[in-house]
Each structure stands twice: as C-alpha cells, then as structure tokens.
Design a protein around this ligand. Structure first.
Ligand code: PLP
Length: 288
C-alpha cells in the first residue's frame, strides 16, 4: 500500500500553508482522526489549475464539521492552502485534492488539518471511458433514520469510511467494480464514494440528501449542465427496481466525474453510451 502511494505524485501542505514532504511522518499516533476516524474530509477535482466546485466543497466541509461538533473550518485558510497545493503541483491535467481535518490529539485540541494533492489512478480514467459493473448492497438503514438519529452522522463526510471501503471489497468479490447502497425499504441511497443519477425520458433523477446521503457537488454540477442542455432534473426517491429499466444509470463524484454503469448485479443494462457522452459533455461545459 505504501509502495502504491509512493509511486504516485503527491503535494502536501498543512492548513497554515507550510509545504511538507509526504514521505515523512507528520501525524501523531494519538490523533483521533487516526485512532477513531474522528474527522472530516473533502476530495476536490483540480482540472487545468482550477479546483472544481470549491465553494460547495468548503460549504460541505463546514456542514460536516458542524454535524461532528468540530470547530468551524477557517474558510480563507482552506482557500489559501488549496492554492498553495495547486501552485506547487508539478504536473498538468487533473489531480485529486484531499482536504482533511481531524479532531486532533485530544478533544478540544487543535485539529490536524492538511491538503494533499494526489494524481489520479489509471483505473478511474478507464472507468470514466468504459463504465463499470456495479452491485446493489443493503446499507441496513431506512430513509427516515438520518432525521431520527442525527448522531449517526448519515450524510456527513467523516473520515469513518471503513464500511464504504468494505463495500468496495464485497463488490470485487462479486466481480464488480462499485456499489449502489440500498435502504431497507428498497430505495436507492448512494455509492460508497459517489451519488447515483438515473436518466429516463430526458429527465435526470437523484435521491434527496434527507434520506441520509451526501449532497454531491458533482451531481449538482451535472444537473446544472444537463439543464442548460435542455434536460429536466428531479431530486426524488428512486426505487432499486427502477434502476434496470432506466435509460441510463450513472455514478457521480468529483474524481470519477460521471461514470456509466453498464452492468447491474451481473445483468447488462441497456447501452447508455450516447446519453453518457452527452451528459459528460454537458458537465464539462459547466467549466468551459
Ligand atoms: N457520496 C459519498 C458517500 C461520497 O463519499 C462522495 C464523494 O466522495 C459522494 C457521494 C460524491 O460527492 P462529490 O460529487 O461532491 O465528490
């Protein structure tokens, strides 16, 4: 795993603007982000030197901080450190920029906060081009739980992603590359690191964040682009049973952009490459 990261281009800067060597140790072993996954993060796509959807990402970071009772993030400091990493990024094209902030070494202590630029895995580019096979997996929650039990932090982008990562491994065991989580009532939630968008009769649908999922910055950008290109958009519950009959099923996230689902639970979906090409272009046009 270390080797995997060492082979990748990275730029690290702490929130105070100090650049640091990503190959050196920086985090104390008692850091609650490490000990308990107690912290928050964002992953921003940087394309041609510009961070995409930075405002919504920073707003969501602040929302996650509030849900975890963490101090309000210093918005200007985050904007500055984003610029520092971008200005020091040696390559061109696209990279992923992680913004991470933990509870620090003790409750009430200073957060450990840094921005880490990382180049994008070849697999992600391939998935954007070729699409992915996905399995539906039960998340074991019902759509009212987020509202009933805010302490479960559903819809916060916390560092506790062990379940999300485990779902990815279960997908691999089932011969798929990704996951769509479903609720106990059979409705669609989100992917472990993505939102779900379906297309039907030139309307895009995605489930509402209130059911306990992350409000996606990419999903919002795709909807903006699609509306400009003449599509209608709706935020409303989707049934898992609706996926197979849609004109297209897609996963959206900052780094994967809009990725087409070509196979669901081992069954090939109708070919949505033309719709995908159109929507992917509409999304890029948002930044043209
Ligand atoms: N849902 C979850 C659980 C995520 O982790 C992510 C991003 O990683 C998303 C949705 C998509 O969010 P965004 O489009 O803002 O990257």
């Amino acid at each position: 795993m270390v080797g995997e990261y060492r082979d990748r281009m990275r730029v690290l800067a702490f929130l105070n603007g100090t650049l640091a060597d990503p190959d050196q140790p920086h985090i104390r072993v008692e850091d609650l982000g490490l000990m308990r996954g107690d912290g928050i993060f964002e992953t921003v796509l940087v394309a041609d030197g510009e961070p995409r959807e930075l405002r919504p990402h920073l707003d969501r970071l602040a929302r996650s901080a509030s849900m975890l009772d963490l101090p309000e993030p210093d918005d200007e400091a985050w904007q500055r450190v984003v610029r520092t990493v971008i200005d020091n990024w040696p390559g061109g094209g696209e990279f992923a920029l992680k913004l991470v902030s933990t509870r620090g070494v003790a409750p009430g202590g200073e957060p450990t906060a840094f921005a880490l630029g990382l180049d994008i895995d070849e697999k992600v580019f391939r998935a954007r081009d070729e699409g992915v096979a996905v399995v539906t997996l039960d998340r074991g929650i019902d759509p009212g739980l987020a509202e009933r039990a805010p302490w479960l932090l559903l819809g916060a982008k916390s560092l506790s992603y062990a379940v999300n990562m485990a779902a990815g491994r279960e997908a691999a065991r089932r011969g798929a590359a990704d996951v769509i989580f479903t609720a106990t009532d059979g409705s669609v939630l989100e992917g472990p690191t993505s939102n779900v968008i379906i297309a039907r009769d030139r309307t895009l649908y995605t489930p509402p964040p209130a059911i306990g999922i992350l409000p996606g910055t990419t999903q919002a950008a795709v909807f903006r682009g699609a509306e400009r290109a003449g599509w209608s958009t709706k935020i409303e519950p989707i049934r898992a049973a609706d996926l197979a009959s849609a004109d297209g099923v897609f996963l959206s996230s900052s780094v994967r952009k809009l990725t087409r689902v070509h196979t669901l639970d081992g069954v090939a979906l109708p070919d949505s490459s033309a719709i995908h090409a159109e929507l992917a272009q509409a999304y890029e046009d948002v930044y043209a």
